[in-house]
Design a protein around this ligand. Structure first.
Ligand code: SF4
Length: 284
């Protein structure tokens, strides 16, 4: 089956519903909200209802599973790009239960559940001591403050694969407390994805922030995936300083002034110091 997602690290995306509510600075320019509004869906915020889907939509992962089995090739499914699987609203309990059942009957699919609400995993996920091999659980970490809040909550759960999405990366991250000096009661981090923000209101990701994350991954043996620079990319030299689209910033990690140009996501690309980082852990 053809890949039905534009995200490099997944084969498919599946949304059990559409809609969400903002919870942290990473949500400020939520692309899913923008997309939902563009197609006329009023599904964001505490007061708006979520959008639900019929049987054909729920059949899709079953077809992907059949195809993956026939090809003898596991596929990754990102869940969810237009919602947060662990949002706490009564109306989401039923579709969430349905999702767990779909995950159970699709062993050829690796389900990547990414949340900004890891505090809800324990009471909403149906697994406790033993997690199925096809469930990867991840949380978003945009800066050190949210790493401290979310990471310990995520790492309490012994899923076979645990990952971080550091996108949009809004500040430097020191993950040594959970990698080098990891407390014994917490499970390891298996994968880190990093990326800058895209879109017209995007906040720049400074090069020192991306480099230190890459270096920490290398030192700890954690697969690193550099998804994109986003709207802003680093440019060399002071000659660009006074142009309209180039801004200068003090990069604390690099210890120098850096220049970021509003190039747009496509032109900014996804190479970090000349290298494309596409590392992904093996299936469990
Ligand atoms: S949690 Fe995710 S989907 Fe929900 S508002 Fe934030 S960025 Fe958007």
């Amino acid at each position: 089956m053809a890949k039905n997602s534009n995200i490099e690290w997944t084969d498919h995306t599946f949304n059990p519903w559409w809609g969400c509510q903002k919870v942290s600075p990473a949500c400020a320019n939520c692309y899913a909200e923008t997309w939902a509004r563009r197609v006329g869906a009023d599904v964001w915020g505490a007061k708006s209802k979520r959008r639900f889907f019929g049987p054909n939509h729920w059949q899709e992962p079953l077809h992907w599973n059949t195809d993956a089995q026939r090809e003898g090739q596991r596929k990754r499914v990102f869940c969810a790009s237009m919602a947060d699987v662990f949002e706490g609203r009564a109306e989401l309990d039923a579709p969430r239960r349905r999702l767990w059942e779909v995950i159970r009957v699709t062993p050829w699919l690796d389900w990547l559940l990414l949340t900004k609400r890891p505090e809800n995993i324990g009471r909403m996920a149906p697994w406790t001591a033993t997690w199925p091999a096809n469930v990867w659980i991840g949380t978003s970490v945009e800066n050190q403050e949210w790493a401290k809040k979310r990471l310990p909550l995520l790492l309490q759960h012994p899923a076979k694969r645990r990952f971080l999405s550091c996108e949009p990366l809004l500040g430097p991250l020191d993950l040594s407390s959970w990698t080098v000096k990891r407390p014994s009661e917490l499970h390891p981090i298996d994968w880190i994805i990093a990326g800058g923000e895209s879109g017209p209101n995007a906040r720049p990701m400074l090069p020192g922030w991306a480099r230190t994350l890459r270096d920490q991954c290398q030192q700890s043996g954690i697969p690193f995936h550099f998804k994109q620079w986003g709207h802003w990319a680093p440019v060399a030299g002071r000659r660009n300083r006074n142009t309209q689209t180039v801004l200068s910033f003090w990069d604390d990690v690099a210890g120098e002034e850096v220049y970021m140009e509003a190039k747009g996501k496509k032109q900014a690309g996804r190479r970090l110091d000349g290298t494309t980082w596409d590392e992904i852990p093996k299936a469990a």
